[in-house]
Design a protein around this ligand. Structure first.
Ligand SMILES: NC(=O)c1ccc[n+]([C@@H]2O[C@H](COP(=O)([O-])OP(=O)(O)OC[C@H]3O[C@@H](n4cnc5c(N)ncnc54)[C@H](O)[C@@H]3O)[C@@H](O)[C@H]2O)c1
Length: 273
């Protein structure tokens, strides 16, 4: 099936509001661009202070400044603070936590969003590619969640959300490193949920499908690749970051208070196709 504009997304605003989240503080990694950038802005728009951390510290700080400017005058809006972090270095998560505490005085939510998406045929995957993919996508999530959990268990609990992917269950060729790293994120989410529940910490994951960000720009720019990708999406369009935010905001909120260890697909149905 083809459509007139197969790359179209639906970026219409999202009206969901969870008043109990107002005044809370979220840390989001990989927030200088893509989904993370939308997450910090949409949280702040709804009164949740957000600390965005990114490998590109300059872009992260610039993004935070731009968001704060855009939200100036928006009733009930909170602020975004930008900081540099390399999620592959465990100690840097501790520094990000301290930054959030210094800036906003508390940390209630932690979103392990930073990720990389390298591709290579299986026999061509280099040791460096395998190592860096696992370091960012798996170790980065584990270090972030450890840091968050150590803090949250001393402060009445909290909610952690990890970014998995449909790739963790529905594999495509040339992505073995990425696919297996995202399968690990799903499994880590279950492990954390089991261990941290008694500390009042909920740990869930989101498994996006094909979402409109820099990470997937190359697909949208190659008509054949785009058609191939969309042929495996029952809703037959690319997802918008705001549509992933809808799931994130829900998982952080009290509406999800009996949910832990869940992996929410936000993929237009592609895990089934
Ligand atoms: N876009 C999609 O279609 C899609 C689908 C499924 C899952 N995901 C996952 O969602 C998350 C966000 O994806 P996106 O599309 O917004 O990606 P993106 O490439 O647009 O942004 C990722 C951000 O992470 C940062 N980052 C990379 N390595 C880092 C490190 N070591 N430390 C700190 N920050 C680092 C980058 O600088 C960038 O700002 C990723 O985990 C990705 O795997 C994306």
């Amino acid at each position: 099936m083809t459509t007139e504009n197969p790359a179209r997304t639906d970026s219409a605003p999202l009206y969901a509001r969870y008043p109990e989240t107002v005044g809370k503080v979220a840390v989001v990694t990989g927030a200088a661009r893509g989904m993370g950038a939308v997450f910090v802005e949409e949280l702040a728009r709804r009164g949740v202070h957000a600390v965005g951390g990114d490998l590109d510290g300059a872009a992260m700080k610039q993004l935070a400044g731009q968001v704060n400017e855009r939200l100036t005058g928006t009733e009930g809006a909170a602020r975004v603070f930008g900081a540099e972090i390399d999620v592959t270095v465990a100690e840097q998560h501790q520094r990000l936590l301290q930054t959030a505490l210094a800036e906003f005085g508390r940390v209630d939510y932690w979103v392990n969003n930073a990720g990389i998406f390298p591709q290579a045929e299986f026999t061509e995957i280099s040791p460096e590619q395998l190592t860096s993919t696992y370091q960012v996508n798996v170790n980065g999530v584990a270090y972030g969640a450890q840091t968050a959990a150590r803090h949250m268990r001393e402060h009445g609990g909290g909610a952690i959300v990890n970014m998995a992917s449909v790739a963790g269950v529905r594999v495509r060729a040339t992505r073995a490193a990425y696919n297996s790293s995202k399968a690990a994120v799903r499994h880590l989410t279950s492990c954390m949920a089991v261990e941290l529940g008694s500390d009042g910490i909920r740990v869930n994951a989101i498994a996006p499908g094909f979402v409109d960000t820099e990470m997937t720009r190359w697909v949208r720019e190659d008509p054949a690749a785009l058609e191939r990708a969309l042929s495996a999406v029952p809703l037959h369009r690319v997802g918008a970051p705001i549509e992933v935010f809808g799931a994130l905001y829900f998982l952080l909120s009290d509406s999800a208070r009996y949910m832990t260890g869940a992996v929410l697909p936000v993929d237009g149905g592609s895990q089934h196709a």
